[in-house]
Design a binder for this molecule. Structure first.
Ligand SMILES: *Cc1c(COP(=O)(O)O)cnc(C)c1O
Length: 432
């Protein structure tokens, strides 16, 4: 519309809003878009503005990145659990009718799974570390190996967390080698001000070569509590919920059960990363120390909701029943390559032969900083054009990868029942 026309016929906001209803945005937001477009002097941008609103709302996407726990895509996909919407017996004992602690079923299930005496749940892994260090070492020293003074991402940096917990960080050893004697000397020097030893799973990078770290069973003899922040890793390094021995890509991942057995006083981990469950964090271990954490005033500020706890409970029940088919993370991670290839060929053969779509081999990763360097053989559907933007702006967005002039969709992070969306998305992009 030219400036002249706009002056002659000022567009009706109402009419303009009605004309962009196909975007599926609520009426009040359509009116906002129409008003903004008219103010900008270009009614034609109203559709784009409304689409922008629509795309900014959280919606399901198809994860074609091959990253199984993609932090930007919400990490673990939850199984088809009965998530309790409420009311439910969150803080009441059905036996006595009296008040009971929130999350007590989680503690009970974790006792069975990792042999802890007690456990509590907070909103994420970062909160678990913060709370545990604060409860045990506030006003005292926290000893951390120089090789484990790490940044996990999203601004989670061990020195900052230790400082925020009100304790003084003492670096021990060197970047590549830290010995038990380094810790022994540091703890002795600290005397009464020695608070705890914090071991951190260097979950998102790897140092190779001339390295040494202090084993937990020896640290446990030094007279201060040993906290082990696993972050990711495994509930039990023997993976009894999988058939056969643990797969190679998991072979160097620490187990919470083994860390406690070796003498760690507390372990902390992220439930989305370590379990493939909902976003939450766990502090588990000695009953006295867990209760010390539970009595911290900030615990109240970190507590998860009924919905999160019920999803976490079902995740743990799946581990107890050794039924990981209920856990999408394990179903994806363990899917045989031949199965992925069959699915990829089925998608490619449904696309036009002239499209030059092909099946290529690729490498999936666990993601979210878990199992660094571990790659899972996978395969992808590839088309020789860059159409990732278009795939992402669909009503059901497909998040794909650009690589060397091609757009790839890795099928290990896609569920079989989503394959037709991948096919349709590529079809649209190729037809355009
Ligand atoms: C991921 C991670 C955290 C933080 O967990 P979130 O659930 O992301 O908050 C802490 N420590 C380690 C070692 C981690 O890998």
């Amino acid at each position: 519309m030219s400036e002249q026309e706009a002056k002659t016929y000022p567009p009706s906001i109402n009419e303009l809003a009605r004309s962009i209803r196909h975007t599926g945005v609520p009426w009040a937001l359509l009116v906002d878009a129409a008003r903004l477009a008219v103010q900008a002097g270009d009614p034609d941008i109203a559709t784009e503005l409304a689409h922008g609103f629509a795309l900014s709302l959280i919606r399901p996407v198809v994860n074609g990145t091959g990253v199984l726990l993609h932090t930007n895509l919400g990490r673990a996909r939850l199984g088809r659990f009965a998530i309790h919407t409420g009311p439910a017996n969150l803080e009441i004992s059905l036996e006595t009718g009296k008040r009971s602690p929130r999350g007590s079923s989680i503690g009970m299930l974790l006792k069975r799974l990792i042999g802890c005496e007690d456990a509590i749940v907070v909103n994420n892994g970062a909160a678990a570390v913060l709370l545990a260090v604060a409860a045990i070492a506030r006003g005292k020293k926290t000893f951390v190996s120089r090789g484990e003074c790490v940044e996990i991402g999203g601004n989670f940096r061990i020195p900052d967390v230790v400082a925020a917990a009100g304790t003084e960080l003492v670096d021990v050893g060197t970047t590549n080698r830290t010995k038990v004697s380094d810790f022994r000397d540091a703890v002795a020097n600290g005397g009464d001000t020695s608070g705890c030893i914090l071991r951190v799973h260097t979950s998102n990078f790897r140092i190779d070569g001339f390295t040494q770290s202090a084993p937990i069973d020896e640290l446990a003899t030094l007279g201060v509590p040993v906290l082990f922040d696993l972050g990711s890793g495994l509930l039990d390094s023997k993976t009894p919920w999988l058939r056969g021995a643990p797969p190679v890509w998991l072979s160097s991942e620490p187990g919470a059960k083994q860390a406690l057995r070796d003498g760690a006083s507390l372990v902390t981990f992220s439930c989305d990363k370590l379990l493939g469950g909902p976003q939450a964090g766990v502090i588990a271990g000695d009953a006295d120390l867990v209760q010390l954490c539970a009595r911290e005033p900030i615990f109240r500020a970190l507590r998860p909701s009924l919905q999160v706890l019920s999803a976490l409970q079902d995740t743990l029940l799946a581990y107890i029943e050794r039924d990981c088919s209920r856990l999408p993370f394990w179903a994806s991670a363990m899917a045989p390559l031949a199965q992925l290839e069959n699915r990829a060929y089925a998608i490619v053969s449904a696309l036009k032969p002239s499209s030059a779509a092909e099946v290529v081999s690729s490498r999936s990763v666990v993601g979210a900083g878990a199992s660094p360097g571990a790659q899972l053989q996978s395969c992808a559907v590839s088309v020789p054009l860059l159409c990732g933007d278009q795939l992402r702006r669909r009503a059901l967005p497909v998040i794909a990868l650009h690589r060397g002039g091609h757009t790839l969709c890795d099928l290990r992070s896609v569920l079989p029942e989503e394959d037709h969306h991948v096919r349709d998305a590529f079809q649209e992009a190729l037809g355009a």
